[in-house]
Design a protein around this ligand. Structure first.
Ligand code: AMP
Ligand code: MG
Length: 350
């Protein structure tokens, strides 16, 4: 365990960016805003600095980090090959919320890739993230800046709540515009003529990927959800992730049935602090405390609101939250994927 020190809260002006870059060059950890979620950044070419990320987050050693770049010229030295589909995806969606996995070069420390022969690279669009990478003058390894297992941070306050005393500084760039982590695609199958593989849904959607790179195979873990039946049980804590302390149960059904189900459960569980993790439109029908995450037909608003809503459940001391089930189209697939893990795959039909 590293010694605790005070975490600086830096502004996103020129002075804050310069100080963040200086700390990063000195192998320190800095929380930085990106368009997806806040990242916990370290010098990606310095194995010792990158290793500190795992300690600060309590991250399992076998979970590799994403390397963030600000220009295409930084990409080639990190990878052994750049297949045509990777270049097409970069042209279409970089800078933006897309991470590509390719065979790694010898320049990428083992710690960053957790010993894998591949490296994950992303070019963020957030102007402050880009400015910090440019000022540090090196790629930055940055996973989400939360303690491992807890909801990802979408504000500087979330980062401080998890990381105060564990990192040198956090740069406040305001709330994140996407709100869920980047889309992760594996490009290594394309080196043998195979399709791009979606490992994690995010702000770049499956139709967007297909428009630029052809067929996309969705890894079963993305949509792995249990039974269409009344109650699907959890496959185990191993897969619980992005989770608040509160128990989360996803409730599938139209708005009337959802509200009726939640109101009934609250009556049946008088000893537990029950809340609805719902859409704005659901509120009038609900007779329990509501923590809202966006509007029913607007997946982008759900993505922006989901992680903050999970943190509010805990701030409000909620024991169990019945979550309105999001659609799975577009960015909704990412929202559904995160909520499914927060709920440890527990879904009921109302
Ligand atoms: P985070 O930055 O905390 O959102 O996590 C990064 C995600 O990218 C995790 O799900 C990692 O497992 C995944 N990832 C990073 N590098 C690789 C890689 N080389 N191969 C497969 N997955 C990766
Ligand atoms: Mg994460």
């Amino acid at each position: 365990m590293e010694e605790r020190k005070q975490t600086l809260l830096l502004g996103s002006d020129a002075e804050g960016i310069a100080q963040a870059a200086r700390l990063l060059r000195e192998s320190e950890l800095v929380g930085i805003p990106t368009e997806t979620v806040y990242g916990l950044a370290a010098d990606a070419l310095n194995g010792t600095a990158a290793a500190r990320i795992f300690a600060a987050k309590g991250r399992p050693q076998d979970n590799p980090l994403i390397v963030h770049i600000a220009s295409l010229s930084e990409w080639e030295p990190l990878v052994r090959e750049l297949p045509a589909q990777a270049v097409r995806l970069a042209e279409a969606y970089w800078p933006g919320p897309l991470t590509m996995i390719l065979p790694r070069s010898g320049r990428v420390p083992e710690a960053v890739s957790a010993g894998l022969p591949t490296v994950a690279v992303r070019m963020p669009s957030h102007p402050v993230a880009r400015a910090i990478i440019e000022a540090a003058d090196r790629p930055l390894a940055a996973p989400s800046a939360n303690r491992s297992g807890s909801p990802s941070p979408t504000t500087a306050a979330h980062v401080l709540a998890d990381m105060e005393g564990r990192i040198a500084a956090v740069v406040d760039g305001g709330p994140c515009s996407v709100g869920v982590e980047s889309t992760v695609v594996d490009l290594t199958p394309t080196l043998q003529g195979g399709p791009v593989r979606l490992l994690r849904p995010g702000g770049i959607t499956v139709p967007q990927l297909e428009a630029a790179a052809g067929t996309v195979v969705i890894d079963p873990a993305v949509t792995d959800r249990l039974a269409e039946g009344a109650v699907a049980s959890s496959p185990g804590m191993k897969y619980k992730h992005y989770a608040p302390q509160a128990q989360v149960i996803i409730v599938r059904g139209d708005p009337e049935h959802y509200a009726a189900y939640v109101n009934r459960r609250a009556q049946e569980e008088p000893d537990r602090h029950v809340a609805a993790l719902c859409f704005e439109e659901d509120r009038p029908r609900l007779q329990v405390p509501c923590v809202m995450y966006g509007r029913r037909d607007d997946p982008s608003s759900q993505a922006r609101g989901l992680f903050d809503a999970m943190r509010r459940l805990d701030a409000d001391g909620i024991d169990v939250a019945y979550a309105a089930c999001p659609g799975q189209g577009g960015v909704g697939l990412a929202v559904y994927n995160r909520l499914l893990r927060a709920a440890a795959f527990t879904i009921v039909d109302a």
